[in-house]
Design a protein around this ligand. Sequence first.
Ligand SMILES: [Zn+2]
Length: 200
Amino acid sequence: MARLLFTSRNFSSLDSSVDNQAGNKLTNLIGKPVVFMNQSHSNLVSVVSDTAISPDADGLVTTNRDIALAVRVADCLPLLLISSESVSAVHVGRKGLLNQVALNAVEKMKELGSTQITGLVGPHICGACYEVDSQMYEEIVKDHPATGGKVNHLNLFAGLESQLTGIKLTNLSLCTMENPEYFSYRAGDKTGRQVGVISL
Ligand SMILES: [Zn+2]
């Protein structure tokens, strides 16, 4: 049974310069050393077997039960993918939806023998809060109609759900912009980040 957690503002920030204290606290909480990644809204997914490096990636996959995987967010979707054979942590923002990073993660999990995959999406900006300009809205909704709803607002969860056909996704429905307990880039947290963490 996979173990997973999401941190909040109270835990303290886990931004790219993870301070050792916060990192150690996270390891103690999940009970395993945690692998982070250098995220850049890419579609790169890295299969990791130890904590030696933090790969340049926006998705991590592992079959190793002795490590945990972390994704940092502050409005984007922290997607945790669960199966009996492997787990994955994926960073899905607007760019990640377009470049299909989550599909790449699912593909890697299948290559590693995963058949039944489910997903959980932690705190992120909701479709009622994520406003973009009309040009961007139209460009995205044209190819990803599920993201459309309220005019000039993008529902990234709905877009992801329609992209990951056949995978049951659960949305914790916690909006980072509306809920002060979470870091939100749009609400003014330029560096603060919470994490989603998963291990087999
Ligand atoms: Zn909201």
